[in-house]
Design a protein around this ligand. Structure first.
Ligand SMILES: [Ca+2]
Ligand SMILES: [Ca+2]
Length: 199
């Protein structure tokens, strides 16, 4: 092959290599850019959600929050704030309660473990915290609770993923964020006494 012919061949080879490199690099670059945008939006939505929940949790400490209609209004404010950024955003709220903060991490009702086996048995006495007549290893209850109870108020926010990231990344089409706040109901009324039972 002449020198000129060899140069032309090298140029063609280089173009081929460049085309192959572009075919590999472009999708990767696109994923990086879209992923960055997605993470930025998630970060913003999470900050927005936390701000909304902070305000909602403060409102829930007011006596008026004992009214379910008022709590619905508080939830709606959170929802509307999330929708200001992404109108398709949906929210789901949850309220549960226990009688004290330590029961958030250790939700079992207390009992007198006379035989030391860490199980409420053999007629051992338990404190029926949730008043259902039974010993519960998890005394967490749904709803608003009563005076001095500790409320766990949580929200799940979902919205369609903005960037069409490949399913191969396993990210799915929907972004789901959660936030929770703990607050104590003020003793606006007398706390009812806790009964006992026998396992
Ligand atoms: Ca026992
Ligand atoms: Ca019980």
């Amino acid at each position: 092959m002449s020198g000129r012919g060899s140069s032309i061949a090298r140029v063609k080879d280089n173009k081929g290599i460049t085309a192959v490199e572009t075919a590999f690099v472009l999708p990767l670059l696109l994923v990086i850019v879209l992923g960055g945008l997605e993470l930025g939006m998630q970060s913003y939505m999470r900050a927005l959600m936390d701000t909304a929940m902070e305000k909602a949790a403060r409102d829930l400490t007011l006596p008026s929050a004992a009214d379910p209609a008022i709590r619905d209004q508080i939830n709606e404010k959170v929802t509307q704030l999330m929708k200001t950024t992404i109108p398709q955003a949906t929210t789901s709220f949850s309220l549960t309660y226990v009688d004290r903060f330590s029961r958030v991490t250790n939700p079992s009702e207390d009992f007198i473990d006379t035989n030391g086996n860490r199980i409420c048995d053999n007629g051992e006495t338990f404190m029926d915290v949730n008043g259902n007549g039974y010993f519960d290893t998890d005394a967490t209850a749904s709803g608003w609770g009563k005076a001095e109870d500790v409320i766990r108020y949580s929200v799940t926010v979902s919205y369609p993923r903005l960037a069409p990231l490949p399913d191969a990344l396993g990210l799915g089409d929907t972004v789901t964020l959660t936030s929770q706040k703990f607050l104590r109901i003020e003793p606006f009324s007398a706390r009812p006494p806790v009964g006992t039972g026998s396992c």
